[in-house]
Ligand binder design. Structure first.
Ligand code: CO
Length: 175
């Protein structure tokens, strides 16, 4: 496995519409494994193929772990997903505002409105069809990553232009 270089704004590949994945071959498996390693090393909770310079319709996601009373990660509470050719087929009417960052826009965060729950149809790394029902932070991460596959970034949909901060400003604001 290898750590890949993460593409940063304003690289044009981030704005490209991605190609569907049609071949689930060994080259794809290697790219997926490298993307997982790159996401973990960053660290991040999601990484879309355009973010490593590949305009392909796929992303890897690893949800945040649950923690116990002493703040330790609950084993097995972190879920890893590889989503290929994903489509959001249902969105809840309920929406929620939350703070997002992006590995391609390092050092910044912004507030974005997302659907509280979604249903996603996608293929797994071997091309098998799957259906996922997601809510809360998991649903937010999926919406952010699927936006990447359409050339969209969270900064395109801020709740207001001023709701965008450096991480430093945001930390100060929180105190
Ligand atoms: Co991102």
């Amino acid at each position: 496995m290898a750590i890949l270089e993460i593409v940063k704004l304003p690289n044009a590949v981030l704005r490209q519409k991605t190609r569907p994945v049609t071949k689930f071959d060994t080259g794809l498996q290697k790219l997926i494994d490298d993307m997982i390693e790159t996401m973990r090393e960053a660290p991040g909770v999601g990484l879309a193929a355009p973010q490593v310079g590949e305009p392909l319709n796929m992303a890897v996601i690893e949800t945040l772990p649950e923690t116990d009373d002493s703040g330790n990660e609950v084993e097995g509470s972190r879920d890893l997903y590889v989503i290929i050719n994903p489509k959001i087929v249902w969105r809840s009417g309920e929406v929620v505002d939350g703070i997002e960052g992006c590995l391609s826009i390092p050092g910044y965060v912004g507030e974005v409105t997302r659907h509280e729950s979604i249903r996603v149809r996608a293929q797994d790394r071997f091309g098998r069809k799957m259906k996922l029902d997601l809510e809360g932070w998991d649903a937010r991460i999926f919406q952010h990553e699927i936006d990447h596959l359409n050339g969209e970034l969270y900064i395109d949909k801020l709740t207001a232009p001023e709701n965008f901060w450096t991480e430093e400003e945001y930390d100060r604001r929180g105190r």
